[in-house]
Design a protein. Structure first.
Length: 200
């Protein structure tokens, strides 16, 4: 099973699976805080770069634990550091006011260090199995390719709220900062990630 709260994401994944002729995956629109599965249904549950978005984190993890079998494994990924965010933080502050209800910012301290992750697992009665830290580099061949990528994740919603004149200014300010990471074959940025595995 694969679930997502967004109908659009469910439709997109369904199309990808259909095109690839995958028969062993069922995609469902569902809220992780209110799972419709029975208790003790799964041996493994994985959440890719999504756990920090849950409005009620405690509730979501409680639901995940409920549907996991005894000794079942919960794996999830979080960001330790995004060089892109660090580089562009002054630009983001200029164009996007601080949101007091920003769940990612509120939960950041839980997920950007091993100490925070261990505290999170302990508070949610999950046994730590393994925490793996990996750092990957990505090179965009041009600034325009980087800009296109911004419309494939949460930044899209922020950009679309700006007036068109402000979008152009924002884009140019971002491009100016990106020059700081220019290399021979493009613009190089790293992503520092934690892979966390816990047991019920």
């Amino acid at each position: 099973f694969s679930i997502d709260l967004s109908y659009g994401m469910v439709q997109q994944l369904t199309g990808i699976l259909s095109a690839g002729h995958y028969k062993n995956v069922e995609v469902m629109q569902m809220d992780a805080e209110f799972l419709s599965f029975s208790d003790n249904s799964f041996d493994y549950i994985f959440c890719g770069f999504g756990i920090f978005f849950f409005p009620d984190l405690k509730k979501a993890v409680s639901e995940i634990s409920r549907v996991l079998k005894e000794n079942g494994i919960f794996g999830f990924t979080t960001f330790r550091e995004l060089q892109e965010h660090k580089l562009l933080e002054p630009v983001f502050k200029k164009y996007f006011p601080v949101d007091p209800d920003d769940r990612v910012a509120q939960n950041k301290h839980l997920f950007d260090s091993e100490e925070g992750l261990e505290k999170f697992l302990k508070e949610n009665d999950l046994k730590k199995l393994k925490i793996i830290n990996e750092k990957k580099e990505f090179t965009y061949p041009s600034r325009e390719k980087w800009w296109e990528k911004q419309f494939t994740h949460g930044m899209k919603r922020r950009i679309e709220k700006l007036d068109q004149s402000r979008v152009a200014e924002f884009k140019e300010d971002c491009f100016r900062e990106l020059e700081k990471v220019k290399v021979t074959n493009g613009y190089r940025l790293f992503v520092d990630v934690f892979f966390t595995f816990a047991q019920k």
